[in-house]
Design a protein around this ligand. Structure first.
Ligand SMILES: CC(C)(COP(=O)(O)OP(=O)(O)OC[C@H]1O[C@@H](n2cnc3c(N)ncnc32)[C@H](O)[C@@H]1OP(=O)(O)O)[C@@H](O)C(=O)NCCC(=O)NCCS
Length: 192
């Protein structure tokens, strides 16, 4: 089956990350501009804000390689109205062979929040994943990340429980409890 490199919604378009210096610069600049908004929740942003654009470029190269190996699918989130990139979303931690499970991770720049972009982006990645044959999708977020929790709940993900100290928060330099949400293929097919 062909792997779709672009997923089209009504508000956003998701496009596979390509390792270009221009995209690396754009993502680097967005991270710096949104550091107050992102640092608290996204561990990758912590080294990046004190790093260099080359670090982001190296990440994009890894994403391209991972895509080729089908081990991780990362997309940029583009606002349809402006064509601007406003965030990222990835299908990560893939177990394609037997368990057929994967996790969805995401972020938006501050000015793109509260417009319904993430709910749409997650739905697009969800369809992408179930079309690829996955059976279980997971969304994990820190227990204090109300915005991310809201995305999972609004889309019908089932709260499974708390993974105690399941994450080390680099911004706070301490372990944090993690909510685990999931959606199964059977729930997706029923329109959960
Ligand atoms: C987590 C994060 C992506 C959530 O973003 P968000 O903007 O709250 O989520 P959405 O884009 O889905 O927006 C949904 C909300 O937009 C608002 N909204 C405003 N106008 C809207 C419109 N025309 N259509 C739909 N929703 C609209 C609503 O409040 C809606 O919530 P509702 O469905 O309960 O009505 C964002 O807060 C973020 O990137 N945070 C920093 C990084 C992070 O925490 N990442 C996750 C780590 S686990």
């Amino acid at each position: 089956m062909d792997i779709q490199e672009q997923l089209e919604g009504t508000k956003v378009v998701l496009k596979k990350y390509h390792a270009t210096f221009e995209l690396a610069q754009k993502l680097y600049d967005l991270t710096i501009e949104n550091k107050e908004h992102l640092l608290r929740w996204m561990n990758w942003a912590v080294p990046l804000v004190s790093g260099r654009v080359e670090d982001e470029f190296a990440f994009l190269k890894i994403c391209e390689e991972d895509w080729k190996n089908k081990s991780h699918f990362e997309f940029g989130i583009y606002e349809k109205e402006t064509g601007e990139i406003v965030g990222g979303i990835g299908l990560i931690k893939l177990s394609p062979s037997c368990d057929k499970k994967a996790e969805i991770g995401y972020w938006l720049v501050k000015k793109a929040c509260k417009k319904g972009y993430m709910q749409e982006a997650v739905q697009l990645v969800e369809k992408f994943a179930f079309d690829l044959g996955y059976n279980r999708l997971v969304i994990r977020n820190e227990v204090s990340n109300a915005a991310s929790r809201h995305v999972a709940e609004r889309l019908g993900y089932v709260f499974e429980g708390v993974e105690r100290q399941g994450h080390f928060c680099l911004a706070h330099k301490q372990f944090a409890d993690i909510n685990v949400f999931s959606k199964l293929r059977s729930e997706y097919e029923k329109g959960a």
